[in-house]
Write a protein that binds this ligand. Structure first.
Ligand SMILES: NC(=O)c1ccc[n+]([C@@H]2O[C@H](COP(=O)([O-])OP(=O)(O)OC[C@H]3O[C@@H](n4cnc5c(N)ncnc54)[C@H](O)[C@@H]3O)[C@@H](O)[C@H]2O)c1
Ligand SMILES: O=C(O)[C@H](O)COP(=O)(O)O
Length: 527
């Protein structure tokens, strides 16, 4: 039974799904060194934002097939290292959208009406109504930085509460912004015009420290800023100072550059105009069930050999496309494996031509599958859909994708050409009506054979007796022939022979085959 480590607290609903297929160990709050020492025994790791999945953790996780983030942000996972090692990283892109948006709205309202401090003061025995004169959000301008899933929901609710909306998001179209009722503006304009600024962007190189001291200085003195997205987007020291000195009216933060927040952070002395919560954006019962179920289902599926629906590191393999393309992926993988073996090691280039109706399909997944097949003889189980592209690039394999809808020998076919240490070779394959794979062409000679585990390919002169001699030779080595096909273009010209064998070819037989008069070349292919 596979083993799953759950190293952050996740909802029981997720644990129950995992337990159907795996032994589940829940060990939260592990120091990094303990995680590194136990991770080698696990097939999957399920986390939230608490666990730092560093390169060292990933390298120690020799059995890991999947890392599931029960939430959105995967910035606590070294995704590049996981990809390199062929580990799928999945998340739950939508499971906590509403929870995070509502937390940002709660922060905005709390900031405007001093809810946390007013509550604290009453509980400490005071009844001070003058100290908490707030501000209304009605008719105020909300500046949204990031108009994705969470930003859009905040925008919709804020609009219903009578706010005017402006947004800065360089990756969103004007049409989309208009649909939400938002005017897209430049960042500087947003900072200067907004009464409330709320951030809903990932932390990237581009967004780190986006709201620095200079930006804070441009905000209205009556403006308030909310960050329920990611730590590191706002300069915390500059923010603490701006709030303390009354240069802005307030700030509410759910996320921090370092979590947990340092004990001596200047943010802790912000008074009633600074509200801090311990990364609670996704902490609702509903969101926790959503993300746990979403990610546990994906871990279960991957452990059962099925695809994940929200993999962040499998380029081009989206669930809908995948379901349609599955038979072609198998075809591509088989042909990739075959053409790689025919071309010998050191493949320099692989040309993938999608022909017939296949020319209208997304080529990316097919290319990845072909590369996986091509690299399988060298890398075995180390290569998969996650890392095939990287492995190919690192080996300097040039990838050329082509489409030709006019080729109509079969409804749709796939043609691969590889150039390697044994020169240039081609293999074409198609899917028959019943879904069976067929090799329809080898080195531009027409054939019609199903791929099987042991195969022998020859290039020879089309002449009497040659087939009989190869048959007897294989017989003398006790190799049983399951089927045989000859492909030729002209009578007594060049030809190819494809033999499907029940047994692997014993050592030395290829040399004997090459000695047969008329045989120009012979290759074995093992699937
Ligand atoms: N506090 C929490 O507990 C919590 C919960 C959920 C999500 N989050 C965080 O909230 C953020 C937003 O999540 P989402 O689901 O809305 O993501 P999303 O991908 O749907 O939206 C992000 C938006 O940011 C925009 N963007 C990217 N770079 C930008 C830039 N330089 N300037 C302006 N806009 C830019 C994108 O175009 C996109 O529209 C993420 O960082 C996520 O990790 C936090
Ligand atoms: O990216 C996310 O999903 C949020 O930051 C939530 O993080 P959490 O799962 O640790 O609460």
């Amino acid at each position: 039974m596979p083993k799953v480590l759950v190293s952050d607290s996740v909802d029981r609903a997720g644990i129950e799904i995992l337990s159907q297929v795996a032994q589940v160990d829940e060990k939260t709050g592990l120091p990094l060194s303990d995680l590194i020492s136990i991770i080698p025994e696990y097939d999957a790791l399920m986390i939230r934002s608490g666990t730092q999945v560093t390169k060292e953790v990933i390298e120690a996780g020799a059995q890991l097939k999947i890392i599931g983030r029960a939430g959105v942000g995967v910035d606590n996972v070294d995704v590049a290292a996981a990809t390199r090692q062929g580990i799928v990283v999945v998340n739950s892109p939508e499971g906590n959208t509403i929870a995070a948006a509502e937390h940002a709205l709660a922060m905005m309202m709390s900031l405007s009406r001093y809810v946390p401090d007013a509550n604290h003061s009453v509980k400490s025995g005071d009844w001070n109504r003058k100290a908490f004169i707030g501000a209304e959000i009605y008719k105020k301008t909300l500046g949204l930085i990031g108009l994705g899933k969470i930003g859009s929901h905040v925008a919709n609710v804020a609009k219903a509460m009578g706010m005017k909306l402006i947004a800065y998001d360089p990756y969103i179209s004007n049409e989309r912004a208009e649909q939400i009722g938002c005017r897209l503006v430049e960042l500087d304009v947003l900072i200067q015009e907004a009464d409330y600024i709320t951030l809903h962007i990932p932390r990237t190189e581009e967004t780190a420290n986006l709201i620095n001291a200079e930006a804070l200085a441009k905000m209205k003195p009556t403006a308030r800023i909310i960050n329920c997205a990611r730590g590191g987007l706002i300069d915390e020291a500059a923010l603490a100072e701006a709030v303390k000195e009354g240069r802005i009216a307030g700030a509410a933060l759910d996320v921090f550059g370092n979590e947990p927040l340092e004990e001596d952070s200047p943010l802790r002395d912000g008074g009633k105009n600074l509200i801090l919560t311990p990364h609670l954006g996704a902490s609702t019962a509903e969101a926790q069930v959503n993300v746990a179920v979403d990610v546990a289902e994906q871990i279960r599926d991957v452990l059962l050999g099925l695809p994940a629906r929200s993999a962040v590191n499998i380029p081009g393999l989206y669930p809908d496309a995948l379901a349609k393309l599955r038979p072609y992926l198998e075809l591509a993988e088989t042909l990739g494996n075959m053409v790689g073996q025919l071309a010998g090691g050191r493949v320099e280039s692989l040309t993938i031509s999608l022909q017939g109706d296949l020319a209208n399909q997304d080529s990316k997944p097919i290319t990845i599958a072909a590369l996986k097949g091509l690299l399988t003889p060298a890398l075995r189980e180390r290569v998969n859909y996650v890392n095939a592209n990287i492995e190919a690039k690192e080996r300097g394999i040039r990838i050329i994708e082509m489409r030709d809808a006019s080729v109509r020998d079969y409804t749709d076919s796939l043609h691969l050409e590889a150039k390697g240490s044994r020169g240039q070779h081609t293999v074409t394959g198609a899917l028959l009506g019943d879904g069976e794979l067929r090799i329809t062409n080898v080195d531009e000679f027409p054939v019609n054979v199903p791929p099987i585990q042991h195969m022998l390919f020859t290039r020879h002169r089309d002449m009497p007796g040659i087939i009989g001699r190869i048959g007897s030779l294989l017989g003398s080595f006790n190799v049983n022939i399951a089927s045989m096909q000859v492909g030729r273009k002209i009578v007594r010209g060049d030809a190819v022979m494809v033999l499907s064998l029940d047994d692997p070819l014993p050592e030395g037989i290829l040399e004997e085959i090459l000695k047969v008069s008329g045989i120009r070349d012979a290759y074995t292919v093992t699937m």
